[in-house]
Design a protein around this ligand. Sequence first.
Ligand code: NAP
Length: 262
Amino acid sequence: MAANPSVLVTGASTGIGATYADRFARRGHDLVLVARDRTRMEALATRLRQETGVAIDIIQADLTQAAELAVVEARLRDDARIGILINNAGTALGGSFIEQSTDDVTRLVALNTTALLRLASAVAPRFAQAGEGAIINIGSVVGLAPEFAMTVYGATKAFALFLSQGLSLELGPKGVYVQAVLPAATRTEIWGHAGADVNAMTGVMDVDELVDAALIGFDRREAVTIPPLPDVEQWNAYQAARQAMLPNTRQEHAAARYRTAV
Ligand code: NAP
């Protein structure tokens, strides 16, 4: 793998993905941009080629469509220049669970989890074989919080976090770095897609600040990066509480409270 490997970014036409593309181009990495809107990606690529001189390819793909997703998977499997995958493409959905259609939540899961999983699965064996490479999965703090009333979206983001943590444990010893990035509310178009007015919200981070902070976590090789969380000890305590519970789950018998009915 090259010293400055190519970076494949999904959801690169706008928002967090476009900002990652900008930052990695400025670091001198060639790029492969993936999203549905070719015009926007062409505009971004033209600007970044001019400003940074890096080479940029574009793959127009709807990652909820198996055939189009397969093109991106093949590129990740076969193109040994690609050393960083940014699994960023994702969307949100307005409404409560009973208001959301079965087809809409299925599409949400297809994009936010299935596509992310298939792309990681396509590239991980090659990275492990090379003993290097990085996968960045964009989760969300919503994945920690069923209380936020974005149930299916949050479930997809909990998947992204769990997958990242598991892959970090599996692939880290093989030289592959896996980072989960958990933004909170960030000023992008995603809020419009979910039927919310981001300008009416408080506590919203600008996308440049979000990505620059996430990249500091990347450079430090953090497994989980939560840019807006002021006190990292809260996250560490949460992980410690979870880990402390684990040995207690291996029991021959049910817990005492389940040994008497009602
Ligand atoms: P965004 O501005 O809406 O951008 C989403 C990107 O994903 C776009 O480039 C879009 O491009 C692409 N995309 C959407 N559907 C796609 C599909 N079917 N196939 C391929 N690409 C598709 O959203 P964002 O805020 O930057 O979100 C990026 C990631 O951050 C998502 O995973 C999101 O869940 C996560 N996140 C965002 C926030 C936030 O507050 N903004 C907070 C936490 C986590 P096309 O439309 O051109 O396909």
